[in-house]
Design a binder for this molecule. Sequence first.
Ligand SMILES: Cc1cc2nc3c(=O)[nH]c(=O)nc-3n(C[C@H](O)[C@H](O)[C@H](O)COP(=O)(O)OP(=O)(O)OC[C@H]3O[C@@H](n4cnc5c(N)ncnc54)[C@H](O)[C@@H]3O)c2cc1C
Ligand code: SF4
Length: 328
Amino acid sequence: MYPFTLERPRDVSEATRLGSADSAAYIAGGTDMMQLLTDEILHPDHLVALDGLLDARIEVTPDQALRLGGAARMSDIADDPDVAAVFPVIAEALLLSASGQVRNMATIGGNLLQRTRCPYFRDPGVHACNKRRPGAGCAAMDGANRTLAVLGTSPHCIATNASDVAVALVAVGAQVHVRGPGGDRVIALEDLYRLPGDTPQIETVLEPGELITAVVVPPSPAARNSTYLKVRDRTSFEFALTSAAVGLDIADGVIRSAGVAMGGVGTKPWRMPLVEEALIGRPAGEETYRDAARYATEGAVTREGNRLKPELMKRTLVRALSVVGGRA
Ligand SMILES: Cc1cc2nc3c(=O)[nH]c(=O)nc-3n(C[C@H](O)[C@H](O)[C@H](O)COP(=O)(O)OP(=O)(O)OC[C@H]3O[C@@H](n4cnc5c(N)ncnc54)[C@H](O)[C@@H]3O)c2cc1C
Ligand code: SF4
């Protein structure tokens, strides 16, 4: 591990000041950051500890919106009965993430900003990774890319965003509240993440020192009837090959509103507005789900190893839609 100073700010203002310094990084639960430091993938000069500084409350408001403090633990959110009742897709995505031990340590802010699981990004012995070394090339393009992205890719990077709960939160229209040295702002979670383009090392729109203070989800009838389906190589402790976060508001057998996003397939959590449009106004049922799922792969670009993904995406989506369609 490279040497660094550990900074323990007294409050959030001091944290954002310290965090905006050159070569500073935040650490929350540490479940991703410690691994990246130990493997010498990251080498910040200053590590700014967030523990004890950020709100960890979980609140479903009377109008059925959800507010998560930036330090809320994954396990506490997943176990919250109100979250499970009003936003089942969020609770399910968390329960299908990592392990009980990791979830007990990990925060929602850290989860949304965890780094990709591209095997070449995580291997310090590999030189050709544009995300770690801009301009060095991309070993994944013609390498082991079975788990990597087919949507939002560029000739410079095809790394998949690894977060499960980000997919669920994008499907229900979550926003992140951010604080930095310049003040507070609110960003749609979908817009927090940048596509790789020719600068895959810049992953979010956050400015230096900005940190996530809260995640807020608006009320929505589709969220109440929602689910998260994760397809992976092992049934636990594994990242998604494909996943689907879906919510349907169905009345008299007709779909009135829909929220759909997919994971394991995009360089960011991928909302699917064309699928949503194809569902709304149609009768709930397998024919509708199959028709709509055709739009999920629009724009997909595959490589040798991940050619299975477009078909798997459609099947994952139809299965997830059938689950919530069958509940209504
Ligand atoms: C074995 C294993 C299996 C896993 N499996 C899954 C899985 O299946 N699905 C899944 O979704 N995840 C999985 N994960 C990832 C895990 O969910 C993340 O490691 C965890 O959520 C990170 O949260 P943390 O609080 O520990 O963040 P840290 O490790 O402390 O930080 C992670 C990143 O977020 C930044 N950060 C932290 N908090 C903030 C904040 N409030 N504002 C701004 N920046 C911040 C840090 O600077 C760092 O870049 C797995 C992890 C492990 C170790
Ligand atoms: S896909 Fe991205 S993270 Fe993976 S090796 Fe290529 S540039 Fe690096």
